[in-house]
Ligand binder design. Structure first.
Ligand code: NAD
Ligand code: TYD
Length: 343
């Protein structure tokens, strides 16, 4: 392992992984390959942009020609595939890009990796492939896939192709399935950064349905280090859950954010629910613990650090909340907020 291609490395979790690897492993070359979609942001990589073991290449994971050029130019021996369309609400509004990247793009990365003789391929996946989990139950790696959103289904499709390239072609693959992740540099469309930045501006926080959905919250640095561990120590052909093991109701997370920002509960607006909304995700991550993984950050410490980061780094998110972001906001929230006002 020497030249590691990190697709989607300009996104939220990918950039945390890159910042970690570039600094911790100066002998590895880290090459970021990213299309720079609305979610890709070179500001996330500023802390490492001058490091000698870091390179950036812009491109689409579904574009074979560019991948071939990048593979041979950088003599890539390892691939970590973060690149994805990642937001459930967008997958409901416009699923095409999810099929393009999460399914077709993953297949093309696998096929080119196999042809190029890549030694290790790690696929970054999600707990959402397991679907809605009954209270008291925790998903384990052998459970069947029951994805419910177009996002979850496209990630499950990508994973099945990873399995096929391992079984059919002997590609050395590992899959990680992370839970809901939060922390600095997260695009402000996901629950925590969206609500933090909206609350800073005294704007309404649209809670879907009754707000009693449960998510398993994981700090981004714990997630990135879990992926690194699975990359180094995971067994070929296996999948590993990476869970925060901190299961909370959305409404409790919302209250915590308001409390940390000293904002009133009157900002909360209960709006019509997300279609097909999974009620609960929860995973068991004994298997990764068996490789030596341990979560370092509690939800309480990490959410406070995250709120402070957004408060101190308006330069990062204010310029994002313009243009395309506002188009999405309108499509996703205008009618919902109007319905809440009439209720
Ligand atoms: P993100 O949306 O912040 O970043 C995605 C990155 O992929 C962006 O930099 C984007 O430009 C890039 N990208 C998108 N399409 C591309 C394409 N066709 N070719 C090349 N690059 C492309 O996502 P994230 O939250 O950092 O998630 C990263 C990975 O982790 C994804 O695979 C996601 O499914 C998975 N995951 C995310 C979470 C979470 O809570 N955010 C949890 C578990 C798993
Ligand atoms: P999200 O961050 O989109 O992650 P995921 O859907 O992948 O779990 O949402 C987390 C939870 O918060 C989910 O149950 C949906 C809910 N949610 C809201 O209630 N309002 C919102 O505006 C958003 C973005 C999410």
């Amino acid at each position: 392992m020497k030249n590691i291609l990190v697709t989607g490395g300009a996104g939220f979790i990918g950039s945390a992984f890159v910042r970690y690897m570039v600094e911790k492993y100066p002998d590895y070359n880290i090459i970021v390959y990213d299309k720079l979609t609305y979610a890709g942001n070179l500001d996330n990589l500023l802390p490492v942009s001058d490091e000698p073991n870091y390179r950036f290449e812009q491109g689409d994971i579904a574009d074979r020609e560019t991948i071939r050029r990048v593979f041979s130019q950088h003599d890539v021996d390892t691939v970590v595939n973060f690149a994805a369309e990642s937001h459930v609400d967008r997958s409901i509004l416009s699923p095409d890009a999810f099929i393009h990247t999460d399914v077709v793009g993953t297949y093309i990365m696998l096929d080119e990796s196999h042809k190029h003789g890549v030694e290790r391929f790690l696929q970054v996946s999600t707990d959402e492939v397991y679907g809605d989990i009954e209270p008291g139950e925790f998903s384990v790696e052998g459970d069947s896939f029951l994805p419910n959103s177009p996002y979850a289904a496209s990630k499950a499709g990508g994973e099945l192709m990873v399995r096929a390239y391992h079984v059919t072609h002997g590609l050395n693959t590992v899959i990680t399935r992370g839970s809901n992740t939060f922390g600095p540099y997260q695009y402000p469309e996901k629950l925590i950064p969206f609500f933090v930045t909206e609350a800073i501006d005294d704007r309404p926080l649209p809670v879907y349905g009754d707000g009693m959905q449960v998510r398993d919250w994981l700090y981004v640095d714990d997630h990135a280090q879990g992926i690194a561990l699975a990359l180094f120590k995971g067994e070929a052909g296996e999948a590993y859950n990476i869970a925060g093991e901190d299961n909370r109701f959305n409404i409790d997370v919302t209250h915590r954010i308001l409390n940390l920002l000293d904002k009133p509960k009157s900002l909360i607006k209960y709006v019509p629910d997300r279609e097909g909304h999974d009620r609960r995700y929860a995973m068991n991550c004994e298997k990764l613990r068996g490789l030596g993984w341990e979560r370092k950050f509690s939800f309480e410490t990490a959410v406070e650090a995250t709120v402070n980061w957004y408060r101190d780094n308006e330069w990062w998110w204010r310029k994002i909340k313009t243009g395309e972001y506002l188009d999405f906001y309108k499509k996703q929230y205008a009618a919902r907020l109007a319905a809440a006002d009439q209720a």
